[in-house]
Ligand binder design. Structure first.
Ligand code: GTQ
Ligand code: FE2
Length: 356
């Protein structure tokens, strides 16, 4: 006996039909509303988490909650106030801050949801991805693609906090979450050098190892994008006379798979933005959701007309079809991750300029 929605009618025969329809786990579309809405019916709301509070709460968790075996990862997940208590930042994205104290290790595991880290501050932690040790320092982007083994180590004297993003809500909605713990043995420790991934695919602009040819794998073979390279690319865009970036005071780069130019992973697009004070980038909205992490600088973001100030470490949830406008009070460096590749692949990607 179906217990879900039941439709009643004054007419006895029609009412009996509705009863029988419900009894057979069916619903009459002509009685349903709110399905084919003119614009997306978005439950998540625009929201900003303050970097200062995230850092303080991470530190307190660091004092009180052991990580390591059993404890796993010391992570505070962004829980969007519109999502009814789910630990999700938007409908499709998990966002979090992770805190790893000196000498601590987060043990190896793998999962089908893909993950990435953007380092807001500090250095010294290394993450092994399928055994390849990747150093993490401020401004770096680190990928842990779907089903790759990963573990985090902090051999230094200082704690480190970074921003995590995963496509977990999306993969969960697709009923495709799998998880496997490691065998408890740590990966060989990082030496001073670069990861194998960086030696092969991060050698220099446009340089790929000989013999590399299509078809490209599902994710970028380069697993660490160093801040020095991102910084140089943004500076170059802004310094190029007559370029759109120079004209508007807004430079942005997309982190790409160096072998294909595609997004770093099939479900997530990563970008770095630099806005100069007085820039002229207009408000924009798009389908699909995004998370923004403030790396450096100061300014404000206007989300559907509501203005929130921005300071380093702040994290912002931008739900689908939310109008976004950025203001820079000093050069503002924003990392963003979105589900745009998914929307594009499905033919659902839309943008609108000048909204809000
Ligand atoms: O660092 O492996 O924020 O597995 C959520 C799930 C981080 C991680 C998160 C994870 C991780
Ligand atoms: Fe993980």
């Amino acid at each position: 006996m179906a217990t879900h929605r039941f439709h009643a009618a004054d007419d006895a025969a029609l009412n009996a039909l509705y009863e029988d329809i419900a009894d057979k786990d069916l619903q009459p579309l002509w009685e349903l509303s709110g399905l084919l809405t003119p614009t997306p019916n978005v439950r998540a709301v625009p929201h900003r988490w303050l970097g200062k509070e995230l850092r303080e709460l991470g530190e307190r968790a660091g004092e009180l909650v052991p990580v390591d075996r059993g404890g796993d990862r010391r992570v505070l997940s962004l829980s969007n106030p519109g999502l009814g208590g789910a630990p999700y930042a938007t409908a499709t994205l998990w966002g979090a801050v992770q805190y790893l104290g000196p000498g601590e290790t987060a043990p190896a595991h793998r999962h089908t949801p893909a993950a990435l880290r953007f380092v807001l501050d500090g250095e010294g932690v290394w993450t092994a991805v399928d055994g390849d040790p990747l150093h993490m320092s401020a401004g770096d982007l680190i990928l842990t693609p779907s089903w790759t083994w990963h573990e985090h180590h902090n051999p230094g004297d200082l704690p480190m906090t970074w921003f995590d993003a995963l496509d977990l809500p999306l993969v969960e909605a697709l009923d495709a979450v799998f998880f496997e713990p490691g065998d408890g043995r740590a990966a060989p420790s990082a030496n001073a050098g670069l990861s194998a991934s960086e030696r092969r695919f991060g050698g220099g602009p446009g340089l790929l190892p000989g013999g590399t040819s299509a078809p490209a794998p599902a994710h970028s073979p380069l697993l660490r994008y160093r801040w020095a390279d991102t910084d140089r690319a943004l500076t170059g865009r802004l310094g190029e006379p007559g370029s759109e970036a120079a004209r508007t005071g807004h430079a942005h780069v997309r982190f790409a798979d160096p072998t294909s130019g595609r997004d770093v992973m099939p479900t997530m697009r990563c970008e770095m933005h630099r806005y100069l004070p007085g820039h002229t980038a207009p408000a924009e909205r798009r389908t699909g959701s995004a998370l923004i992490a403030v790396f450096r600088g100061a300014g404000a973001v206007e989300l559907d007309g509501v203005v929130e100030s921005l300071a380093p470490g702040d994290l912002i949830a931008v739900p689908s079809w939310t109008s976004v406008r950025i203001r820079a009070d000093e050069p503002l460096q924003l990392f963003s991750v979105s589900d745009a590749p998914v929307l594009e692949a499905l033919g659902l990607y839309r943008t609108e300029a000048g909204a809000g």
